[in-house]
Design a protein around this ligand. Structure first.
Ligand code: PLP
Length: 434
């Protein structure tokens, strides 16, 4: 572990400069650039279990987990074994394999509302396909989303979209025509009154309501009691579909995903991240009568050259089997509780305004007294303090997401020692933030 107050990242800097000449911003996804915390990205050499190593040989405890997928930690032996097995047979066929049915069957067994599921290649693809399906099924156009929820970068959903767009301080995106977003309405997360109001006015024109059941792209924001119940009740009343975007929460907050934990049955659910075990996968699934509107059974078109890719399916199957083992979520929850309690104590010892929470191994913290129940609340966080905290933790060997508006993930590979080290790094860093 690197304990120096300054770390040498010269090789990362060279590689970033070189990448910047060929790749926009030097990165293939914007938040990776680390701009909002006043730094440059680390180029990664390798990762193992809970640790990630940069190209300059520095080692960090990793709480990014590739932004969510690595719930087992890096290079879990069962995932590696499954991948090696597939490598011996070929990497892509563009024809069905039994691995696809195996992953589908795990998803259907584990997630309460899913009767049929279609595999795609990313979370973005899952949500945009789910919306097309919802519009095709209902014959309506209007979509309701919530401020600060991110559902991937499809045109229709880039409205008040949290995460990367929030980090970069832009409301939407150039390149998204008004005609496309005029059918998207975004309202406050956890705001039951605003939602009820909108549904009373135009519920019969709404194709779908899409929501992160536990928000993770404005930092972590938990749903208030009654919020999802209201979404479920009013969508059903007006014949709109309820879409749970479980790309982050799926298999993260519970074996049955957020819907299992909350006891809410959405009509369609979207997955990504953990379902691919670290390979590029997304999926959407739900009620069979809705899913059967998709081609080739029904008229709603959606396709993919690499969809159901055998390597990706194998990593997903191996991951879902591991997380199904008894006690898996209890252990993760206990570790995360210990971390969050430690962070809160570090802040209160230093006299810093701070709030933090977690649902299972998905955690978040803000530099404001809170409570944080919406994107507006999240934006009250002291971003300068966050940036200094981020840099302080990094120099002490703790790798956090480089944005206030992202969640923190604990994996099964994190040890008690990792958590202890992280909490003492936080205590030391917090003292310097006052
Ligand atoms: C990450 C994420 C997406 C987008 O998934 P990609 O695989 O990055 O396209 C969509 N919705 C939620 C809730 C996410 O966290």
């Amino acid at each position: 572990m690197n304990n120096a107050s300054k770390i040498n990242t010269s090789r990362s800097q060279e590689l970033f400069a070189e990448a910047g000449r060929l790749i926009p911003g030097g990165v293939n996804s914007p938040v990776r650039a680390c701009g909002s915390v006043g730094g440059e990205p680390l180029f990664i050499e390798k990762a193992d279990k809970s640790l990630i190593y940069d190209v300059d040989g520095n080692c960090y405890i990793d709480y990014v987990g590739s932004w969510g997928p690595m719930i087992l930690g890096h290079r879990h032996p069962e995932v590696i074994k499954a991948l090696e097995k597939v490598l011996k047979t070929g990497t892509s066929f563009g024809a069905p394999t039994s691995l696809e049915t195996e992953l589908a069957s795990l998803v259907v067994d584990m997630v309460p509302s899913v009767e049929k599921v279609r595999m795609v290649n990313s979370g973005t693809e899952a949500t945009m396909s789910a919306l097309r399906l919802a519009r095709g099924f209902t014959g309506r156009d209007i979509i309701i989303k919530f401020d600060g929820c991110y559902h991937g970068h499809a045109d229709t959903l880039l409205v008040a979209a949290g995460s990367g767009v929030a980090t970069l301080g832009i409301p939407g995106s150039p390149g998204v025509p008004d005609a496309v977003i005029k059918n998207t309405l975004s309202i406050g997360y956890n705001n039951i009154d605003a939602f009820t109001d909108v549904m009373e006015k135009m519920g019969d024109k709404v194709a779908a309501v899409i929501v992160e059941p536990v928000a993770g792209n404005m930092g972590m924001v938990a749903p208030l009691n009654g919020f999802h119940e209201a979404l479920r009740e009013l969508t059903a009343k007006y014949g709109a579909l309820l879409i749970f975007d479980e790309v982050m929460t799926g298999f993260r907050v519970d074996k049955g995903s957020a819907q299992g934990l909350l006891g809410i049955m959405p009509d369609i659910s979207c997955f990504g991240k953990i379902i691919g075990g670290g390979l590029p996968v997304g999926a959407y699934g739900g009620r069979a009568d809705i899913m059967d509107k998709i081609a080739p059974v029904g008229p709603v078109y959606q396709a993919g050259t690499l969809s159901g890719n055998p390597l990706a399916m194998a990593a997903g199957v191996a991951t879902l089997k591991e997380i199904s083992k008894p006690g898996f979520y209890e252990a993760l929850d206990a570790k995360t509780e210990k971390l969050v309690t430690g962070l809160k104590k570090a802040a209160s010892d230093a006299g810093i305004d701070f709030c933090a929470g977690h649902i299972g191994s998905m955690a978040g913290f803000f530099f404001t007294g809170g409570p944080v129940n919406s994107f507006d609340d999240a934006k009250k966080s002291d971003l300068d303090r966050f940036a200094r905290f981020y840099r302080g933790m990094l120099t002490k060997g703790v790798y956090l997401a480089p944005s206030q508006f992202e969640a923190l993930f604990v994996s099964a590979a994190h040890t008690d020692e990792d958590i202890d080290k992280t909490v003492s790094a936080a205590s030391e860093t917090m003292k310097g933030l006052v």
